[in-house]
Design a protein around this ligand. Structure first.
Ligand code: FES
Length: 215
């Protein structure tokens, strides 16, 4: 018969391992799953805060270096873009307009106004027919001019400046005629325009040599 003061071999309780591993492994039941047994919630919180506080300077340094790296990369990219104009911008300023024979009729050719900011104009000056390319930007503050066929004028919608067929300013605040772009005939008979080379001029001034073609 089993007496209460006698221990059954199956009731044997294993001895507690006093090592730190053993001490830290037991956990609180569900709800306090990550709080080591024997720790108060306040103690656990304090220990967590101390861990975060000790790691913060290192984290801050790494974050700072990452941000500096990003800023440096962005700066290098933008510098490169500024130093090397992209091909699209180059093509917009220097372009082949078409065979010369397509521009021999006197008048305004508006097809490159929106795409390249240029008017091509064929007009008679001193008895000879010439082909010119005007910058479409108004010489006041740079608004794009419009061609008013009925009035035979380039008009600026911003402050009312107007220019005649020769590009000379007629009225409004524009201080000078429309600027001229470099124009040339390529070997294959095409008109080539370089709007990166611009000639400023005053009314009555002779046309610079590279600013017109005889057609
Ligand atoms: S920008 Fe053309 S009149 Fe002012």
């Amino acid at each position: 018969m089993h007496r209460p003061d006698q221990m059954d071999p199956d009731d044997h309780v294993p001895p507690i391992d006093p090592s730190p591993d053993h001490v830290s492994s037991p956990r609180m039941p569900c709800g306090d799953r990550d709080v080591p047994a024997g720790w108060s919630r306040r103690r656990y919180l304090r220990a967590s805060l101390a861990t975060v506080a000790s790691a913060a300077p290192k984290l801050g340094f790494r974050l700072g270096m990452a941000v500096l790296g990003c800023i440096g990369g962005l700066w290098a990219f933008l510098s490169l873009r500024f130093a090397v104009p992209n091909a699209a911008a180059r093509n917009r300023l220097r372009f082949r307009a078409g065979p010369i024979r397509e521009f021999t009729e006197e008048g305004v050719y508006a097809r490159f106004r929106d795409s390249h900011g240029v008017w091509i104009v064929c007009l008679r000056i001193s008895g000879t027919r010439r082909l010119l390319a005007y910058r479409a930007a108004c010489t006041h503050l740079g608004c794009l001019t419009l061609w008013a066929e009925a009035e035979g004028e380039f008009q600026c919608p911003c402050h009312g400046s107007a220019f005649d067929l020769a590009g000379v300013n007629l009225r409004g605040p524009a201080p000078r005629p429309l600027d001229l772009c470099a124009i040339r005939a390529a070997g294959d008979g095409y008109v080539e325009i370089d709007a990166s080379r611009v000639f400023r001029r005053e009314a009555g001034q002779a046309l610079p040599p590279d600013s017109y073609l005889l057609v």
